[in-house]
Design a protein around this ligand. Structure first.
Ligand SMILES: C[S@@+](CC[C@H](N)C(=O)[O-])C[C@H]1O[C@@H](n2cnc3c(N)ncnc32)[C@H](O)[C@@H]1O
Length: 261
């Protein structure tokens, strides 16, 4: 089987598993934004599909609709995409896996009354799903991403449950961000200089009662340096998620629960 057909098969299998109804316009050719993007090489993927159903160059205004189904509920999120502020402006596979987990395994109302913080929100996908499950959600990222997150909060009519804040890993936690009950992070391990910063931010935010769901896609051998740093401060374990994990682990995606040492 060729690499391309393997990638298509994996992508198809995941979307079948998640009963994923997505639509995305694909009109743009690659351009210089793709060359500046740190994930460019992965997006043009030589070995696996990393960003299904989206072109690397996604101009502001292109849309994606994703649906996630659980036993009692189907949640649909509309996303405006924009790759120009950075790689977070398109939806990443670990974000879809974490969203599906929240809908299927936690379910409707499960986050009501909880303060949820998403790190590296990108488009805001995971945080928006958490808000649809009742959480009060702080969607955080670096400054260039905040407008696209705000736009997505608005189009999903979640302004009453969502707060969008700048949070740069490694920097002090802004005073307006409260200590969260739940931390969500998807596809945040990809850029080596940021590894110690992300570990620092997790340390600053997590105490003994914090639930941390960390969805990770392995891309490079260097990723293990993140876990070398992480293990000085945290334990982690795989979140039981059968049968879905059998599918997404084939795409090197793991869903982990972190606990502070
Ligand atoms: C690969 S994207 C994943 C986006 C989203 N979580 C998803 O799953 O679709 C990684 C995100 O981490 C954010 N990020 C990277 N370095 C960061 C830093 N030092 N501080 C805060 N956010 C950062 C990026 O801006 C981007 O939105």
């Amino acid at each position: 089987m060729t690499k391309v057909s393997l990638a298509l098969l994996v992508s198809f299998t995941l979307s079948r598993l998640f009963e994923d109804s997505r639509s995305v316009s694909r009109t743009k050719p690659m351009d210089s934004d793709d060359e500046r993007d740190p994930l460019n090489a992965f997006m043009q993927g030589s070995d696996v599909t990393v960003v299904p159903d989206q072109l690397p160059s996604v101009r502001h205004g292109e849309k994606l609709q994703l649906s996630f189904s659980g036993t009692d509920i189907t949640i649909t999120v509309d996303l405006v995409l924009d790759s120009s502020p950075g790689c977070g402006g398109v939806a990443w596979p670990a974000g879809e896996v974490l969203s599906q987990y929240l809908v299927d395994k936690l379910g409707p109302g499960s986050l009501r009354g909880k303060k949820v913080l998403e790190l590296g929100s990108g488009t805001g996908l995971v945080g928006l799903v958490a808000a649809m499950l009742g959480g009060t959600v702080y969607l955080t990222d670096q400054a260039p991403l905040l407008n696209i997150i705000r736009e997505n909060v608005e189009i999903n009519k979640l302004s009453s449950l969502c707060v969008v804040e700048e949070l740069n890993w490694g920097e002090p936690i802004p005073a307006q961000i409260p200590r969260p009950d739940v931390i969500l992070a998807a596809d945040c391990v990809y850029f080596e200089p940021a590894f110690p910063l992300l570990v620092q931010t997790l340390c600053d935010l997590v105490d003994g009662d914090t639930e941390v769901l960390f969805c990770y896609k392995k891309r490079r051998k260097a990723d293990k340096r993140f876990f070398t740093l992480l293990k000085k401060k945290f334990h982690w374990s795989n979140v039981p998620d059968e049968p879905a994990s059998a599918i997404y682990s084939r795409e090197s995606i793991s869903l982990l629960r972190l606990t502070k040492l």
